[in-house]
Design a protein around this ligand. Sequence first.
Ligand code: AMP
Length: 285
Amino acid sequence: MQVMDEIAAVRSAVVAAQRRGQTCGFVPTMGALHAGHVSLMQAARPQHDLLVVSIFVNPTQFGPQEDLQKYPRPRDRDLEMCRDAGVDIVFYPAVEEMYRPGAQTFVTVEGLTDLWEGAIRPGHFRGVTTVVTKLFQIVPADAAYFGQKDYQQQAVIRQMVRDLDLPIVIHTCPTLRDPDGLAMSSRNAYLSPAERTAGLCLWRALCQGEADYRRGAAPRDIAARMQQLIANEPGVQLDYAAVVDPQTLQELDTDQPTAVALVAARVGSTRLIDNAIWGGKVGGA
Ligand code: AMP
């Protein structure tokens, strides 16, 4: 496995492999890797000759009051996990390599990014779409692998890829959970044992919502019940719980064959998000 911190080096390695007829799969991450990240590498590994992972805590997607400084950066452990997953190249740039002084260009997806996470974290998706566009230039992979865990993020990226005709296939892989249902996240490391227990209300709300959906409850009623379940949990502040259209992310008023439940809450100072797809499968290429 090669670890590269320079844009030019990783790009020429990928281009050279493709000239030899090899295909390249790409998994962008912010590091602090866990089994959820590894599952993306495992999905990509058998599909491609070359597997590239990027590890970059992207400052432009953090708000001024967010956890950029304290975001965990366990470099050695992350590299070990990549090695174990059979990664060929880890792109591990410094902030100055990714954002040169005087940079003035951003990539923005409109509409979808006004909703949910976008409403609560202004500028977040602009940072995500900008860095992902840059990463797709640096690692001109054939396919990139994202997690369903960040449902809105993969929807925004799919929209961007479509709108800008980017020559890359987007795969969305299922959310990996701890045995009790908590979605794996690098931010779970911030939770005290009591907060972790409280945070399980997101998963309970999604399970309750799915049961209600299966018995034909109206989407708005399902959402209201999920909101109540989360809001009633001591120590938890609800940000949103909604039942939405899988593509537009607009709230549903009537039953639809496939619906997506989006939930987000703060547990102490940690934000948790989760989601579930009901009645269908979203996510292949
Ligand atoms: P992050 O490092 O948080 O930016 O995440 C990098 C990628 O891993 C994103 O595509 C996430 O959606 C994905 N990911 C994060 N957590 C999980 C999980 N629990 N299961 C599957 N994929 C995940």
